[in-house]
Design a protein around this ligand. Sequence first.
Ligand SMILES: C[S@@+](CC[C@H](N)C(=O)[O-])C[C@H]1O[C@@H](n2cnc3c(N)ncnc32)[C@H](O)[C@@H]1O
Length: 235
Amino acid sequence: MRIDIITIFPEIFTPLDVSIIKRAREKGIVEIKIWNLRNFSKDKHKKVDDKPYGGGKGMVLKCQPIFDAVENIKKETPESKVILTTPAGILFNHKLAQDLSKEKGLIIICGHYEGVDERVVEICDYEISIGDYILTGGELPAMVIVDSVVRLLPGVLPEKVPIYESFYNYLLDWPCYTRPRNFRGLKVPEILLSGDHKKIEEWRKQKAIEKTKEKRPDLYEKYLKEGGIDDTQKS
Ligand SMILES: C[S@@+](CC[C@H](N)C(=O)[O-])C[C@H]1O[C@@H](n2cnc3c(N)ncnc32)[C@H](O)[C@@H]1O
């Protein structure tokens, strides 16, 4: 997969150079390019923003450098889908991450200041928000999208890991424990020490259902609606 990010702060993206994403890049599973929006400005001072029409506070990112950046990148990767990070977008979730992971490429536009000129929406396939709060810029949302999408690409994680994580099938993950068995009187559930893998699997499934029902009733409802079975009442 190819991912291109358009930003006025290219230096922010160091988290994409560590851990799982770094390894995915090294293995050639994903190619990530960071583009400085200022390099596409036709202004002699490399200005990319201007005052809003109608007056008011803040500055707005201009159409020209963004359109030029996207058109330029599309020469290299014509099939890429264009994403605008914006609080007005659809809420990002696991399902959307899965859909995006099937695309050939993504071009992510990071807004800043008061946002981007509304006409930029015309060249976007998706407008995505990562939550109902305001961040300073689209750089953190872009990294959230990249991290969650890249994890889902074949070969990035060991084969079965993604299907054991939260949100797959709508359920939250089961509770995990590691050494020691007894920490300040807090004990690891006996079943996990039993060596009985079938029983452990059943216990984990049951705990995942209980946890989802308690903490995310909205997901629990979706789980049932999609045909998931809750036999936790039996035990
Ligand atoms: C300070 S925000 C602009 C907020 C805008 N004036 C508003 O009230 O909706 C600057 C940029 O950060 C990004 N941004 C901020 N919050 C976001 C969120 N929750 N999801 C996605 N992008 C966000 C967008 O790219 C946005 O253009």
